[in-house]
Design a protein around this ligand. Structure first.
Ligand code: FAD
Ligand code: SF4
Length: 330
């Protein structure tokens, strides 16, 4: 690990200035992702500005019925919060599906959103990787690509985004509040992330020095009936092969009035499934499969991950059946 300077941020403005002024500076949340990258030689910051103790450690109910989650709130505390569990169960379930209890007790909301891909070639500095070293090539394209993207990938990178929380937030249309050198702004979670294109080194549209200060969950009554399902190789402590976050509003006749759907494990970003949502308007259970297929028609599997297409379809169909039955019982 190379030597670096460490500073604990006293206030948000000072943290932003400290990072923005130094090209080699980075924010530090709990370090559960970043410190591994220092050890692996993937990241080489010369200054770490610790933002985990800034006063962004609360979850507040908003007057409009939404919630504001500070960027320093730990993943366990978000998952356990009574209003999250009651109003946005999809978010609590997504968080509890991630990592381990010990990691969730440390990991912050801001750090979880900005954790980097788990592509094994990205984590192995002896292999070519356009995301780690732009212009060197993509080892996964012709390599072992079972875990990689089936939607929205490019010739430059086929990595997937690893955050479970981000998938739930994408389905909920959550907004990320950002403080940057030029002031404050907000982006939806879907807008925050980018597809790899020819700049796979950029996971998000954030600029150097942009600090995430909070995540806003909009008021969304239908989110009280929402669910997250993660398919993985072990029952815990594994990243998603495929995951689905969904919320539905059912009509009295048993058809779907409106649905929110996002996939994880299939793309460089949480994949908001707008085609499936469109096809689900007015849909009955016998239509769920076709709605999933409408979204997955553009899937372009790699040599080792064609299984993800039926897996994504079946997982979405199963989640929709569960939510529809839950509505019936209510
Ligand atoms: C063994 C293991 C298993 C895991 N399994 C899962 C899993 O199944 N699902 C899952 O979702 N995650 C999983 N994780 C990842 C874990 O959730 C992340 O490591 C964690 O959420 C990162 O949060 P952090 O606060 O430690 O971030 P850090 O490691 O401190 O930072 C991560 C990145 O975010 C940046 N950053 C941090 N805070 C801010 C901020 N406020 N504004 C701007 N930038 C910021 C940092 O500069 C860095 O680039 C796993 C991790 C491990 C080690
Ligand atoms: S998929 Fe992306 S992260 Fe993985 S080796 Fe290729 S360029 Fe690197």
């Amino acid at each position: 690990m190379r030597p670096f300077e460490y500073r604990r941020a006293e206030d948000a403005g000072g943290a932003v200035t400290a990072v923005a002024e130094r090209p080699g500076a980075m924010f530090l949340g709990a370090g559960t992702n970043l410190v591994d990258h220092l050890k692996l030689g993937i990241a080489h910051p010369d200054l770490l500005v610790d933002v985990s103790r800034l006063p962004y450690d609360t979850i507040e109910a908003r007057p409009d019925g939404g919630l504001r989650i500070g960027s320093a709130v730990r993943n366990s505390d978000v998952a356990a919060h009574p209003l999250v569990r009651q109003r946005y169960p999809v978010l609590a379930a997504a968080l509890l599906a991630g990592a381990s209890g010990q990691l969730r007790n440390l990991a912050t909301t801001g750090g979880n959103l900005l954790q980097r891909t788990r592509c094994p070639y990205f984590q192995d500095v002896t292999t070519p990787c356009n995301k780690r070293d732009p212009g060197t090539g993509c080892s996964a394209l012709e390599g072992h690509n079972k875990d990689h993207a089936i939607l929205g990938a490019s010739e430059q990178c086929v990595a997937v985004h690893p955050s479970d929380m981000a998938v739930a937030l994408a389905a909920l249309d959550a907004e990320v509040r950002i403080l940057g050198p030029a002031g404050e702004r907000t982006l939806t979670v879907t807008e925050l992330y980018r597809l790899p294109g020819d700049e796979p080194q950029r996971d998000t549209v954030l600029d150097h020095g942009d600090l995430i200060t909070a995540v806003d969950l909009p008021p969304l009554p239908m989110a009280a009936r929402s669910a997250y399902r993660k398919v993985r190789e072990r029952a815990s402590f594994a990243f998603a092969l495929v995951s689905v976050a969904a919320a539905v509003e059912m009509g009295d006749d048993g058809s779907i009035v409106s649905a929110r759907v996002a996939f994880g494990g299939v793309a460089h970003k949480p994949w908001r499934a707008r085609r499936a949502e469109e096809a689900l308007r007015g849909a009955r259970p016998e239509d769920f499969r076709a709605a999933a297929d409408a979204e997955l028609a553009e899937a372009r599997p790699l040599a080792h991950n064609a299984f993800k297409v039926p897996m994504a379809r079946n997982t979405l169909v199963a989640v929709l059946h569960d939510l529809a039955r839950e509505e019936e019982r209510a």
